[in-house]
Design a protein around this ligand. Structure first.
Ligand SMILES: [Fe+2]
Length: 239
């Protein structure tokens, strides 16, 4: 594996903030965590729900983002449970550590309100805050990459499954309601699509979300496009 150096070209971005967003989405920025020495999922501290709620308080998360994060956590946990019970008999289900999935989902937007107020990239800052607060690089990776996955969409890589589940769960939750991908991305275009470049990036993100949906549907054996939640479990054909 060759690691390329230097910054990707971002000279045609409209402003420095957008250039930074482009930079963070290139594969050259960081290696995937699978390059790190193997470690069991519980090798690092994992905050439970109460500890995550305390972090919400510490970082002054507004109520509507708490509600959104709770719904993302419900969806992520249902996906993770389905992945662990997919009947393949493989042990890689064990790489999904449910307490880590819960913490990652609850914390994924920890920096959202701050960056709305003061600027910056909420995924990057959230990843940094999460690493600082938890000391857990896997959970921090999921927070940092919950908007965009800069490597292949491959749910067979055990270390990638959790972040891909977090991305997908987030893309299925509009505010605090479970919706199909189309509705979520229509809303993103409407709220954030101020320029053609931004709209293009949202469309790219939509395409990636569809790829993740396809990959997870195959991995879980559940058609996820219109899957909903019932009693904390995935329910196919929920409309
Ligand atoms: Fe979110």
């Amino acid at each position: 594996m060759t690691v390329t150096g230097g910054m990707p070209f971002t000279g045609d971005a409209e402003n420095p903030r957008e250039a930074a967003a482009i930079r963070c989405m290139t594969p050259d920025d960081l290696p995937p965590i699978s390059f790190a020495p193997p470690a069991p999922p519980d090798a690092w501290p994992v905050p439970d729900a109460a500890a995550c709620h305390a972090l919400w308080d510490r970082y002054a998360m507004p109520d509507h983002i708490r509600a959104h994060s709770s719904m993302v956590a419900d969806m992520a946990m249902a996906l993770a449970r389905a992945a662990m019970a997919d009947g393949t008999g493989r042990e890689d289900g064990a790489d999904l550590h449910l307490p880590s999935v819960l913490a990652c989902a609850l914390l994924h937007d920890i920096a959202k309100d701050y960056t709305i107020r003061f600027g910056g990239n909420h995924a990057q800052l959230g990843g940094a805050w999460t690493l600082h607060e938890t000391g857990n690089p896997r959970i921090a990776q999921g927070v940092m990459h919950h908007v965009h996955w800069p490597w292949q969409v491959d749910v067979a890589v055990p270390q990638w499954l959790m972040p891909l589940i977090i991305i997908y769960a987030d893309k299925r939750v509009k505010h605090d309601r479970l919706v199909k991908l189309e509705e979520r991305f229509d809303d993103l275009i409407e709220r954030y699509g101020r320029t053609e470049r931004i709209r293009e990036r949202i469309r790219e993100s939509h395409e990636q979300a569809v790829d993740i949906e396809r990959a997870l549907s195959a991995r879980l054996g559940v058609p996820l496009h219109d899957a909903g939640l019932r009693g904390g479990q995935l329910a196919a054909n929920a409309g």
